[in-house]
Design a protein. Sequence first.
Length: 152
Amino acid sequence: MNENAIATNKQAFRDYDILQRFEAGLELKGSEVKSIRAGKVNLKDSFARIEGAQVFLYNTHISPYEQASYLNVEPTRVRKLLLHKSEIKKLDMQLAQKGLTLVPLRVYFNAKGFAKVELALGKGKKSWDRREDIKRAEVDRKIRQTLKNRRK
């Protein structure tokens, strides 16, 4: 597939256990699409929320497109996500559980050229979970390094 990530939310992988992933379309203005194509998107601190029968994306920063002049919109405006009703209902039922959050993982263009957001249903990690992940990564790194040195 031709799905190169324009922006990724590395902080989400650190702070949440990813349980399930969804693909959602983004409702954008023309100048925002050009900014995304230029790679001027930041997903840090962004999240999604279900309001009524619609899903909205908050705190996603899309820099204004410089050639658009007066057609630019606010960089951190609330953007509507495009999902099927059945998916929204399923997400709403799962979010009713305590501690689950909708977090955007990456923004990309699909093969047809549409801007998409990969959403994830995540459960927040505690500080000791994060420390365990760091320890596990260090051990894996040391094992790989010793295996690499052994081959030489």
